[in-house]
Design a binder for this molecule. Structure first.
Ligand code: NAD
Length: 435
């Protein structure tokens, strides 16, 4: 039998939930991009420039499997834009990943980096493989050959990968080592999301959830709501969901529901989050059987009567099928694309404030930026400094987006796209088109 790889067995291959809309998150992103371009009256040429990636690379990756047989995989790297600085974006390993998906995700990264004002462009990479079918050494050989084939693309001043679906800090360590061996010097800044011992940053693991909470608190304050008086429901209890729940709990909020693949857990008196986290740790990473809460479905969780809803599991959870039944006042998108574009208007008409993914979950890329800065300085910050700077950048980003939403009388989602596209387009105009 094959040894299982170190890649976490995540939920990504699971069937979509019952509310799944056919609309893809990437089409949603393009719809939003078009709308923002209209609001900005973006010049046609600039629109075309920003709609097309600057570079798309497809490589074949031959790997000698443990059996001695050669298998060939396909790998991608798309740089959507590098106007603001070196491009940045994760690498996903998945059997169905393809160049179109990677292209759209790369554009998404451009807007995300621009919203939080980190000096990066957007990129994304992928390898068409089911990593759960590979042994650890096959996974290492695949990663090293993918990196070797991308030596011309990657670089601390050019393009900086990070983990995404089914890739982790071990894979980042192999990328960093392969790149360093080929450039004959240690180049920690070529990837982020590395282990702390290898130039990773303190606070990176918690950064996305922490950022979600910073912007949620900012939104509550705009609505005149006190964090210790609000009820919160969190879908997904992985990295982003559990940290968001924990930090909201520390703010005194009542976390009335949490969930994972095993279903939802509801207690109107509030769930003790540190206890739930301990339970998950001791229960094979699952909430299955969590006591002291009523079992509900993930769909019911989304429709609970609460002040704040944090979808932090996966895409397409709130669509036109259930948007009409959402009761939360604020939705903070911890996950990427949890609300479909078709649901945006319905939520807006109900007066629900949606803090969009490109703002709400940008804490991860912000601390990736800090990691890159620390690697380049060779000087590492304390967790307290990382968190303080993260909070400041997320808070500033929220205020900027909120300001744009007031100026144009548009939703926070439209405002985040307008802010990001305007920033990239203005920088592009200053730089000019090289001929
Ligand atoms: P994770 O694998 O650590 O956690 C995912 C959680 O969601 C698990 O608890 C899983 O059981 C649960 N889940 C999966 N499918 C579900 C479903 N259908 N219903 C309810 N729960 C379900 O992943 P993560 O890193 O926390 O990422 C969650 C989301 O946040 C993803 O959309 C990811 O792209 C996005 N995101 C993550 C980061 C990051 O830094 N980790 C940064 C930006 C965006």
């Amino acid at each position: 039998m094959r040894k299982k790889s170190s890649v976490d067995s995540k939920s990504y291959y699971k069937e979509p939930g019952p509310q799944f809309d056919k609309e893809s998150p990437f089409e949603s992103m393009m719809q939003r991009f078009r709308l923002a371009a209209e609001i900005l009256k973006l010049d046609d040429g600039l629109f075309q420039y920003l709609a097309s990636p600057v570079k798309q690379v497809i490589v074949s990756i031959p790997v000698v499997m443990d059996s001695g047989k050669i298998e060939v995989f396909e790998g991608y790297r798309v740089i959507h834009d590098n106007v603001l600085g070196p491009s940045k974006g994760g690498i996903r390993y998945a059997p169905d990943v393809n160049i179109d998906e990677v292209k759209a995700l790369a554009a998404w990264m451009t807007w995300k980096c621009a919203v939080v004002n980190v000096p990066f462009g957007g990129a994304k990479g992928g390898v068409r493989v089911n990593p759960h079918e590979l042994s650890q050494s096959e996974l290492e050989r695949l990663t090293r050959r993918y990196t070797a084939n991308m030596l011309e693309v990657f670089g601390p001043d050019k393009d900086i990968p990070a983990p995404d679906m089914n890739t982790n800090e071990q894979i980042m360590a192999w990328i960093m080592d392969t790149y360093s061996m080929n450039s004959q010097r240690t180049e920690t800044a070529v990837v982020t999301g590395k282990p702390v011992i290898l130039g990773g940053s303190q606070g990176r693991k918690e950064a996305t959830g922490r950022g979600v909470v910073t912007v949620t608190l900012a939104a509550l304050s705009k609505m005149g709501l006190m964090p210790n008086k609000v009820s919160v429901a969190v879908q997904g209890f992985g990295n982003v969901g559990s940290v968001s729940a924990q930090l909201m709990y520390e703010q005194g909020a009542s976390i009335i529901a949490i969930s994972d693949l095993s279903g939802g857990y509801y207690n109107k008196e509030g769930i003790n989050i540190p206890e739930a986290m301990k339970y998950v740790k001791e229960n094979k990473n699952s909430l299955e059987g969590y006591p002291g809460a009523e079992k509900i479905t993930n769909e019911e969780l989304l429709e609970l009567d609460c002040d704040v809803l944090i979808p932090a599991a996966k895409e397409d959870q709130i669509s036109r099928h259930n948007a009409g039944r959402i009761k939360a006042k604020i939705i903070a998108e911890g996950a990427n694309g949890p609300v479909t574009a078709n649901a945006d208007t319905m939520l807006d008409e109900k007066g629900i404030m949606v803090i969009p993914d490109i703002l709400a979950n940008a804490g991860g890329v912000t601390v990736s930026y800090f990691e890159w800065v620390q690697d380049r300085q060779g000087y590492f910050w304390t967790e307290e400094r990382v968190n303080r700077r993260l909070n400041r950048m997320m808070r500033d980003a929220f205020d900027n987006v909120y300001g744009v939403s007031e100026k144009y009388k548009i939703t926070l989602r439209q405002a985040a796209y307008v802010y990001a596209i305007d920033k990239v387009a203005t920088t592009l105009k200053m730089r000019g088109i090289y001929a």
